[in-house]
Write a protein that binds this ligand. Structure first.
Ligand code: KG4
Ligand code: ZN
Length: 335
């Protein structure tokens, strides 16, 4: 079977998503975003699991209907095994297992971070191997050497907070509503990136550290508001632009270094933070400067979705990489 039809499910965090893919072509891609977390200013794991439980059947039904595929046409069912929140992963995993068992078809376990990277193989242009992928999300910050679809090596990563966390926590300190990253991005577009400067940790090799910047933003805001209680209100766009600029500069410095050391000019970004306008622009600029072929995912494939799980499952299916019914979620799964 070279044109497998696969149902893929993603439930690692706060999006319940399902997609159907046939022969590597995405036929449907449904995402239900869980609004319940907004009032808490962040994802509440128990509420995420409950919302997945409520959403999973309607989301899968919509994906099947949208693709115009009947259950008996499916060749496999794929799901995100990890990394992610245990209770959230359990919903997708249990659903996929039951569905596959009921239909008597194979089960495919997908690594969420590999899937973010493989989203580049949904549409053209596709990166050539080997390429470097800066994978930036709410839980991860990694530079990955991608040797083949399913052969990846992390060559650098954060030693503490993920860059998405730095975006979200800064946004929270500024009183911006959840989800903070996209809001900070919007505000930054109207500000001056050089208005304020923040120190960043210098880690060895291709590793990162983002916890320091969070602390420096916190003290900066404390000091400034002591003198002017309206400081945040008066300077919000400039603060957002300056923090975003610092984060992007840090991310790209190590990526440039890795590209030069390894002599690789095929460069991609992936994960939720790759939706950031400033990062997309800065990567294009570095691409022109260093002669890279730059690959930036379409917005719908940056943040969590099931099309990326489906494309990963497609390559795993071709390789015969199937899971057993004993598989369980792995919250700390690594590439
Ligand atoms: O990949 P993703 O959807 O979920 C995880 O696997 O973590 O990434 C979510 C992260 C959050 O931290 C969110 O604030 C961030 O991606 N994000 C952004 C933007 N859109 C999403 N950060 C900065 N600018 C954006 N436009
Ligand atoms: Zn993700």
């Amino acid at each position: 079977m070279t044109e497998p039809t696969i149902l893929a499910i993603e439930s690692s965090c706060d999006e319940t998503a399902a997609a159907v893919i046939r022969g590597g072509k995405v036929l449907s891609n449904i995402v239900a975003t869980q609004a319940v977390h907004e009032q808490y200013g962040g994802v509440v794991p128990e509420l995420a699991s409950r919302a997945h439980q409520q959403n999973i059947i309607p989301v899968v039904s919509q994906a099947m209907l949208g693709a115009n595929v009947a259950k008996n046409e499916l060749n496999a069912v794929a799901f995100t095994r990890g990394p992610g929140l245990l209770g959230a992963l359990l919903v997708g995993c249990s659903f996929a297992k039951s569905f596959a068992l009921g239909l008597g078809i194979p089960l495919i376990e997908v690594n969420h971070m590999q899937a973010h990277i493989l989203a580049h193989f949904i549409d053209d242009p596709k990166p050539a191997f080997p390429f470097l992928c800066l994978t930036v999300s709410g839980g991860h910050t990694q530079i990955v050497l991608v040797k083949d679809h399913l052969d990846m090596e992390i060559i650098g990563q954060t030693t503490d907070d993920a860059v998405g966390e730095a975006f979200d926590k800064t946004a929270k300190m500024l009183g911006l509503p959840y989800p903070g990253g996209p809001m900070l991005d919007k505000m930054a577009a109207q500000g001056n990136p050089e208005a304020f400067s923040f120190p960043v940790g210098n880690m060895p090799g291709y590793d990162y550290s983002f916890s320091g910047i969070k602390t420096s933003v916190l003290y900066f805001l404390k000091n400034q508001t002591k003198e002017n209680p309206d400081f945040v209100q008066d300077n919000i766009a400039n603060i957002c632009a300056s923090v975003q600029h610092t984060l992007i500069k840090t991310l790209l410095k190590k990526l440039v270094q890795a590209s030069q050391d390894l002599g690789i000019k095929e460069i991609a970004i992936a994960g939720g933070v790759s939706a950031n306008t400033g990062l997309r622009q800065a990567l294009q600029n570095d691409g022109s400067k260093y002669g890279w072929n730059v690959y930036i995912p379409a917005f719908q494939y940056c943040t969590d979705n099931a099309a990326m799980i489906a494309i990963a499952a497609h390559y795993q299916y071709l390789k015969g990489d199937f899971a057993t019914q004993y598989v369980s979620p792995e919250p700390r799964l690594r590439i």
